[in-house]
Unconditional design. Structure first.
Lengths: 335, 311
């Protein structure tokens, strides 16, 4: 939180720099400990497996920047995955058409979240908690909980399981999305307005910015990205089921917060999020390659998250203790 | 009347649902399945009461599901060592309170945002439990299920426990100064501090209290089956938060009461059996729960807007 103020002056103390150093240390550690960890094949594998969560985390960053949250992305991924299967198998659409329709559904679902949050001004946490149930429930209802879509053509599975120019074939999509979101958040007036809304929605409105439209935009974007992630997910696993992407929203939020974005909004960066995704992905792969119990990866992610938070708040604590005006701060931090 | 509009509308919705069931599906009201439904939801009600307190205090705790699993397994292991049941319950409550204290210390002590702290502890406890237990079920000795009572009596005991906790807390929130402190801190922590309340201590204790209730709920859950599922409590947090929100507790703190939470929980709990009895495909249950949560918040939003325009 306080990091940004100092960070713009002091590159070395910036959250992203610390995270990058931690990531490199993590890599070196697992390379020394694990079997076949540092190989090119494994790097490709890490990249391949982090694409879907990476995409969700990218879309989550602008949302959290505006002070919101979207718990429904994982459920929407499931809904889009089975609708994609439905379009292709039952409606007989060719894959590209089905993909476009799925993305349209994603945009629609995102628009549903957006209209409740931006125009009815309902709390995002609760709205997306509702759609979290709704989207997953629709997916289960449509498939009756058992229907699985498989036997996709090889030309489609190429997107999820093969390599293109030596890198996993879904990686270009992730890289393109990362560049898109980086430009959006860091190099356009939209990005500035997201931060402004995160700091003070009322103030932003008084400054003449269309707050409702900007907030709506980030949720629609998240819907579209969830649909794209759903298609990639289906291509990687070769099947679409109603439980696709369960729990992904939590991984995405973890990656964003680990990447230095303040959960209260206003502060954060896309490159931080990318580093956060990488840190989690490397941790998961490294734990597996070091033959440690897989549960450790989840535990360490939680511990890392708390440490990252505590680290971001520590400078403030110390300066607060020095000034000894600590009591009024609670009100601000909690709400 | 107007003050409790939200609680009353939830109760009315519940009444309509029950009425529809009475007309179209009278078998729903057979005593045995109904008692089973109540018993199954009893631990959820206890957790929902604690969660309501936390949300009224303008915090949130999404780690309750993992705490629940931890406490369940610990309680199961104690029971397997043939500890007396009262001691098992006390130990489970204590363990829950410790987990709650951990969350509370990070939130109130360090001033970290509760949603992220409890997100982290949720993952950590859940994975920690998987690591320690490797998904093994805990076998309970005879005499633990239904507290060694006949099934019917055991089910009534559980229901009475849950209702007693609900009634005590609902009255405490209204009439005890501790309850009013929680509302005060949730409405405005700074104003509460100026009024002589200690917001940090209140926040910390509310988390500890939720943890203790989760521990007790875990014991209640353990008493319902001959084994303890190490994955119990998965998704409990969302179920509980949904019940609290549908019951009219404002997520922005300071508003709501436990009677509303009770109605909200019953409404959500009745949906999946209702879906079955009304011959709708069971898979629609989850979607309908989501739709009800959304309806509840949309109703709130429209109402809030109206007041805003008029005032």
């Amino acid at each position: 939180m306080n990091m940004d103020k100092h960070g713009s002056k002091n590159f070395l103390l910036r959250h992203e720099t610390i995270l990058f150093v931690a990531l490199v240390a993590e890599w070196i550690f697992f390379d020394a400990v694990g079997h076949n960890f540092g190989t090119y094949d494994n790097s490709c594998d890490i990249l391949r497996h982090s694409c879907e969560i990476g995409l969700l985390a990218l879309a989550m960053t602008p949302i959290i920047l505006t002070g919101g949250i979207d718990l429904s992305v994982g459920s929407l991924l499931g809904l889009c995955a089975i609708l994609f299967g439905k379009f292709w198998r039952d409606a007989g659409m060719p894959i590209p058409v089905a993909a476009v329709c799925t993305i349209g559904i994603g945009a629609l679902a995102g628009g549903f979240n957006a209209s409740l949050i931006a125009w009815l001004r309902l709390p995002p946490l609760i709205v997306t908690l509702g759609t979290f149930s709704l989207f997953r429930g629709l997916a289960e209802a449509i498939t009756h909980g058992v229907d699985t879509f498989t036997d996709f053509p090889n030309s489609f599975l190429f997107l999820g399981q093969e390599r293109w120019l030596g890198i996993p074939s879904q990686a270009p999509i992730f890289i393109f999305a990362a560049i898109f979101f980086w430009l959006l958040v860091h190099r356009t007036t939209f990005g500035r307005s997201f931060r402004a809304i995160g700091f003070s929605p009322e103030g932003t409105r008084f400054a003449g910015l269309p707050v409702a439209r900007r907030v709506a935009m980030v949720y629609v974007l998240a819907g579209i990205v969830s649909a794209i992630a759903a298609i990639i997910y289906t291509a990687r696993l070769g099947q679409a089921k109603a439980d696709a992407g369960t729990g992904y929203e939590l991984f995405a939020i973890t990656a964003v917060v680990l990447g230095g974005t303040s959960i209260f909004g206003g502060i954060g960066s896309i490159h931080g999020t990318v580093l956060g995704v990488a840190a989690i992905a490397v941790l998961h792969s490294g734990i597996a390659h070091a033959l440690l119990p897989g549960e450790m990866a989840g535990m360490l992610t939680g511990v890392l998250l708390i440490l990252a938070l505590a680290g971001s708040i520590l400078p403030k604590m110390i300066s607060g203790l020095c000034a000894r005006k600590s009591a009024p701060r609670l009100a601000k931090q909690i709400s | 009347m107007k003050k409790y509009f939200r609680e009353l509308s939830v109760a009315a919705t519940l009444a309509i649902l029950l009425l529809a069931l009475a007309i179209f599906a009278p078998p729903f009201f057979q005593p045995q399945p109904l008692l089973s439904l109540v018993t199954r939801e009893a631990p959820t009600l206890v957790v929902a009461c604690g969660m309501a307190l936390v949300i009224i205090c303008r915090q949130i705790d999404i780690s309750v599901g993992s705490m629940f699993a931890m406490c369940s397994v610990c309680a199961g292991l104690f029971a397997a060592m043939h500890w007396p049941l009262a001691l098992v319950a006390a130990a489970s409550v204590l363990i829950g309170a410790m987990f709650g204290a951990f969350n509370g210390a990070l939130v109130a002590g360090l001033g970290l945002p509760s949603i992220v702290v409890t997100l982290a502890t949720m993952v950590t406890w859940r994975e920690g439990l998987r690591w320690l237990r490797q998904g093994v079920w805990v076998d309970l000795p005879n005499g633990v299920q239904w507290f060694g009572l006949p099934q019917m009596a055991g089910q009534w005991t559980l229901a009475v426990f849950a209702l007693a906790i609900l009634i005590f807390l609902a009255l405490a929130m209204k009439y005890l100064s501790a309850g009013r402190f929680i509302y005060a801190v949730g409405s405005d922590a700074e104003a509460a501090r100026l009024a002589g309340i200690r917001p940090r201590l209140t926040t910390f204790l509310v988390f500890v209290f939720l943890g203790a209730l989760v521990g007790f709920a875990a014991t209640m859950n353990m008493a319902q089956s001959p084994q303890v599922d190490p994955n119990s409590g998965t998704g409990l947090e969302l179920k509980v938060i949904a019940a609290v929100v549908v019951g009219g507790v404002a997520i922005s703190g300071g508003r709501g009461n436990l009677w509303g939470v009770f109605a909200g929980l019953l409404l959500l709990a009745c949906i999946s059996p209702a879906v079955t009895y009304l011959h709708i495909e069971a898979f629609w249950g989850k979607a309908m729960q989501g739709a009800i949560i959304l309806l509840a918040v949309v109703a709130d939003g429209l109402r809030g807007r109206k007041i805003f325009n008029h005032g």
